[in-house]
Design a protein around this ligand. Structure first.
Ligand SMILES: Nc1ncnc2c1ncn2[C@@H]1O[C@H](COP(=O)(O)OP(=O)(O)OP(=O)(O)O)[C@@H](O)[C@H]1O
Ligand SMILES: [Mg+2]
Length: 228
């Protein structure tokens, strides 16, 4: 097993059969010891965080498989906090794709002049570059195409997949009376045919969820969703 990448919250290993192994760590992002899923630095360590994130990730990736949506998922080992996946090549150095059902967070910080806090948005999709040094800047469809990161046709596929996946997650949360406000995903090219597939994880830290109008912390969300 060869370590290929040390991430903030996961390590990536190459397996001998060509697959990758993602090891979920107990490190969480944040600043000054305060948990912030959107932060770009590791802020603290909480026992069991890796396993809880993996459990929810497993639940969603298995649901997506049932829906026939392409992902990198092969299987998961909760005890070991590992997930076996198909290796992907990223778009550029990686993108984050966000789907929004309500205006909160960075959407309000950017568009607060026009948007009302919490107003409904119709599965609004936007893309940011994974670029810590530049605080993950948003990027338009035309810029993605012009810079050779994604073609316009690939963007269409990415957007459609994002809406479909978000709808699956939203429905799963709704079963527990939890409302999905927004969610972020990573995509890559997978397999010999290089098809676009969902990669990485879908844990509490990837989304903002509310219950009875109140924000739910990622760890609490994971507990509620997993019935623990
Ligand atoms: N199937 C895959 N093939 C290749 N790389 C993958 C795959 N799935 C996830 N990754 C990458 O593995 C890394 C996992 O590490 P981690 O989640 O700690 O993220 P990070 O990039 O360090 O930081 P952050 O997610 O906070 O931006 C990410 O860079 C992600 O893009
Ligand atoms: Mg990550």
């Amino acid at each position: 097993m060869k370590l290929v990448y040390t991430g903030k919250t996961k390590n990536v290993y190459a397996l001998e059969d060509g697959n990758y192994l993602l090891k979920f760590k107990d490190d969480v992002t944040g600043e000054n010891g305060v948990f912030d899923p959107g932060a770009n630095t590791v802020g603290l360590t909480i026992d069991g965080v890796g396993r809880a994130g993996l459990k929810l990730t497993k639940l969603f990736f298995e649901r997506l498989k049932e829906e026939g949506i392409p992902t990198h998922y092969v299987d998961a080992n909760i005890e070991e906090a590992t997930m076996t996946v198909k290796p992907a090549t990223l778009f550029g150095n990686g993108l984050e794709v966000i789907c929004r059902y309500r205006a909160v967070g960075s959407f309000m910080r950017r568009y607060g002049m026009y948007a009302k806090d919490g107003q409904t948005l119709d599965a609004f999709v936007e893309v940011t570059l994974k670029d810590d040094a530049r605080q993950d800047p948003p990027i338009s469809e035309d810029a993605l195409d012009m810079l050779g990161i994604l073609t316009l046709n690939e963007y269409k596929i990415l957007k459609e997949l994002t809406k479909k996946i978000s709808a699956v997650v939203k429905d799963e949360l709704a079963k527990k009376n939890i409302e999905l406000y927004d969610i972020k995903f990573e995509f890559g090219r997978v397999g010999e045919d290089k098809h676009i597939a969902l990669i990485d994880e879908i844990s509490g830290g990837n989304m903002r969820a509310y219950k009875d109008g109140k924000y739910i912390e990622p760890l609490v969300l994971e507990k509620l969703m997993l019935g623990e």
